[in-house]
Structures are given as structure tokens and as C-alpha cells.
Ligand binder design. Structure first.
Ligand code: GNR
Ligand code: NI
Length: 171
């Protein structure tokens, strides 16, 4: 099957707060598969379910380099339970905001609670790009985009650009 489309700005769905997964059933596992398919096709290193239009608290990641074997990771109902005082600046992009990149400041390290694909509770400690990506994806679950961490001037400029692009495409 063709991969599912990734929704982009100014799609209002990106602002939805996604729903908690109550049971990791076959429907959720199918969603995970569809997310990996869309993420690898894009290609991107992370994806939140809402980016393919499904407002569920599911995140996929793969931080493996180009020439490395795949390293798929799944986080269901991820929750940040601790974040460091120390911050980190990393250039971010988002598949839902194509061709726009900007530096974002976030906590350098986080502890995350989540469910794995068997529905078992897990806890993990993340630093570096993993910490950045997890925070970016968890933001998506709460309707937050990386441009919300930028100045109002920059954010408004981006929003305006994508609204214009959509209007032109609609004719
Ligand atoms: O592919 C992606 N790359 C990326 C780079 C820096 C910080 C975050 C990301 S996530 C992004 C894919 C995406 O939009 N996930 O929501
Ligand atoms: Ni994103």
C-alpha cells in the first residue's frame, strides 16, 4: 500500500491534543506500521501519529545514520517525567513544515515514561538528538510545533508563508 500522506501547515489538525492510547491492540500496531512507512518514505527521523491525521499518542523514531541498519523505536503515551536544567540548541525541521529549519533551545536531557509495543511500561533516559527528537514529537501530541519555541516574529512569518502557499495551491 502507498504510504499515508503527511499533513502540513496550515492544517488545523496539527493543533489537536492527541488522545491517550488505552489499549495497545492490533489497530495501534497497524498505525505504528503506517507511521514507519510514512516516516521512512519522507524521509524523517521521527513522526507523531497526528502527522498522518491520527490524533493518538503514538511516536515513532529512527535515529540510525544512512549507512547503518534500521533502528526503529516506538513510544506509546510518552510522558516527560524529568528534564534537565541544562539546555541544548539544535537545528530542527518538521515534516509538517517542509523546507524550514531553525535552531531551537530545549532541555538537554529528559527522562521519559512510555508504553512499548507490548503495552508494557518502560522508562528511558535521553540526551543529544534523542532528547531533542522526543521533545519535538511529544510536543506534536499536545498540538505544539517547533516554531512555537521561536520568537513571535519568526513564527508569524512562517505561518503566513504556509497560509499563502496553501491559498495559491487552492487557486
Ligand atoms: O525528520 C525530522 N528531523 C528532525 C530534526 C531535528 C529535530 C527534530 C526532527 S523531527 C523531524 C520529523 C518530524 O517532523 N517529526 O515530527
Ligand atoms: Ni515534526
Amino acid at each position: 500500500m502507498a504510504p499515508r500522506d503527511i499533513i502540513v501547515l496550515p492544517d488545523k489538525k496539527l493543533r489537536l491534543v492527541s488522545e491517550t492510547v488505552t489499549k495497545v491492540d492490533s489497530g495501534i500496531l497497524k498505525l505504528v506500521e503506517e507511521m514507519f512507512q510514512a516516516m521512512y518514505e519522507a524521509p524523517g527521523i521521527g513522526l507523531a501519529a497526528i502527522q498522518i491525521g491520527e490524533p493518538r499518542r503514538v511516536v515513532t523514531l529512527d535515529l540510525a545514520g544512512k549507512d547503518e541498519p534500521k533502528a526503529p523505536q516506538v513510544f506509546i503515551n510518552p510522558e516527560i517525567v524529568w528534564s534537565s536544567e541544562e539546555t541544548n540548541v539544535h537545528e530542527e525541521g518538521c515534516l509538517s513544515i517542509p523546507d524550514y529549519y531553525e535552531e531551537v533551545t530545549r532541555p538537554a536531557e529528559v527522562k521519559v515514561k512510555f508504553l512499548d509495543q507490548e503495552g508494557k511500561p518502560q522508562e528511558g533516559h535521553a540526551s543529544g538528538i534523542l532528547a531533542t527528537c522526543l521533545q519535538h514529537e511529544i510536543d506534536h501530541l499536545n498540538g505544539v510545533l517547533f516554531i512555537d519555541h521561536l520568537s513571535k516574529l519568526k513564527r508569524d512569518r512562517v505561518l503566513k508563508k504556509y497560509t499563502k502557499v496553501a491559498k495559491r495551491a487552492a487557486g
